[in-house]
Write a protein that binds this ligand. Structure first.
Ligand SMILES: *Cc1c(COP(=O)(O)O)cnc(C)c1O
Length: 420
């Protein structure tokens, strides 16, 4: 069973002020989860989560996470601006970007963010642009296939991924960075996405810890922090087991004590850069059933579309749907729940068993809190929706207004086709 964090009454109350569709976030859930992550890694003195801004780039969300002690992981110029605006200072900001433009490097440097280099060639580029900052990080790509054990499933294939330094490059990279004056070093790796196993972080950590020991021996560089990045997943489908973050924290600690401590590296800080795990379950897309049609399949048309939530259309991703007020009704209908884009992939659900849906019913599409609103776009002239925060005291707050046609025309403000 997946239970929405709002009731039908609450959704209707909000919809009176803020028309559907909108994304809604659960402040209480966000805070509790952030605290649990902190608890899981409380054994590590320097632990910090740098929330992956791209997952949910909303200043109100960022502020909430900052209050829980999180920093921000940015990948672009505007994400850096956003983190700065919210009050992120210096090392509160991690800059993990790739194919990085000069301006982005410059802004990250000027903000005093921790720059996480994606490639060996970026050392020279950054050195020429701004000089090498005292604190610097490198992204590691061990190549090959990533398995949770010798006999385990292949989780991903780093050798095919565009990110990071190779094993040889990273050792040479730290040597070069040290020569150029860097004083404090970090390492980052992101080897699999949306993992639904407690093995991911511990296995990744062991790979990185071993590399860290080798880097100390071969490059004479002792890392100050190891950034396990994102990738801890969430159960999108009902019945899928959730990751146990406390267990994950314990097992990363075991690897730490087995590999780093004996190498005299017992003060390395652990960082994470989670996006999905921090936000996905604590966001939902609230949308209204506005049309139905009966052809070769039964269709329910809603007022949201893939422009509001792209994951089903591009990854064929499953998002659970609850018809609010019909939580306990029998699932005796089979529908495709669709948006209005002129693309047949614009289906939030295909052949889904649901209760009978009547026009005007409010649907709650689950787990849209990360990589939901943020992947939105304006295809078919569709406008981005509002975002709403359900506060801990049960009240709600508009945290982003919906776009209007004026916003759509804003990029023509230089000519006669601008919105008048
Ligand atoms: C996307 C991304 C993350 C967050 O990934 P999740 O799967 O949302 O946890 C973290 N770090 C980097 C560099 C990313 O690109």
């Amino acid at each position: 069973m997946k239970t929405p964090f709002i009731t039908k009454d609450k959704a209707l109350e909000i919809a009176k002020e803020i028309p559907t569709p909108f994304h809604i976030y659960d402040e209480k859930g966000i805070r509790e989860n952030a605290r649990k992550l902190k608890e899981a890694f409380s054994w590590n003195k320097g632990f910090r989560e740098y929330f992956a801004v791209k997952a949910t780039p909303n200043p109100f969300i960022l502020k909430t996470l900052m209050e829980e002690g999180c920093g921000f992981d940015c990948s672009s110029y505007t994400e850096l601006m956003l983190s700065d605006k919210v009050g992120g200072k210096q090392h509160d900001i991690m800059f993990s970007s790739n194919e990085t433009p000069d301006e982005d490097f410059k802004l990250a440097y000027d903000l005093g963010a921790i720059i996480n280099l994606d490639d060996f060639t970026h050392i020279e580029i950054l050195d020429k642009l701004t000089g090498i900052p005292e604190t610097i990080s490198c992204r590691y790509n061990p190549g090959g296939e990533f398995k949770t054990s010798e006999t385990g499933n292949v989780m991903d294939t780093p050798k095919d991924a565009k990110y990071g330094f190779t094993h040889e490059q990273i050792i040479e990279g730290y040597r070069l960075l040290k020569e150029k004056g860097a004083k404090r070093f970090g390492m980052h790796a992101f080897l699999a996405s949306n993992t639904l196993t407690n093995d991911y972080y511990p296995v990744l950590a062991a790979i990185m810890f071993r590399a860290a020991v080798e880097i100390k021996e071969k490059a004479g560089v002792e890392l100050s922090f190891i950034n396990l990045s994102g990738g801890v997943g969430i159960p999108y489908r009902p019945g899928q087991p959730a990751n146990d973050i406390l267990e994950i924290g314990r097992r990363v600690k075991e690897a730490y004590e087995e590999i780093l401590v004996p190498a005299g590296m017992g003060d390395v800080a652990i960082y994470t850069e989670l996006g999905r795990f921090m936000l996905a379950p604590y966001g939902g897309l609230v949308t209204k059933a506005i049309r139905e049609k009966h052809i070769y399949r039964e269709y329910i048309g809603v007022d949201a579309c893939a422009a509001n939530l792209m994951r089903p259309a591009i990854y064929d991703a499953y998002h659970h749907i609850t018809v609010l007020g019909k939580e306990n009704a029998p699932l005796d209908h089979v529908y495709d729940v669709v948006g209005g884009l002129c693309e047949n992939c614009d289906k939030f659900a295909k052949q889904r068993e649901l209760p009978k849906i009547d026009m005007g019913d409010i649907l709650f599409i689950h787990d849209t809190g990360a990589h939901g609103f943020s992947m939105g776009y304006n295809y078919n002239g569709k406008l981005r929706s509002a975002e709403v925060m359900l506060k801990e005291d049960g009240s709600f707050q508009l945290i982003r207004r919906a776009e209007t046609p004026k916003d759509y025309f804003a990029t023509f403000d230089f000519c006669e086709y601008s919105f008048k």
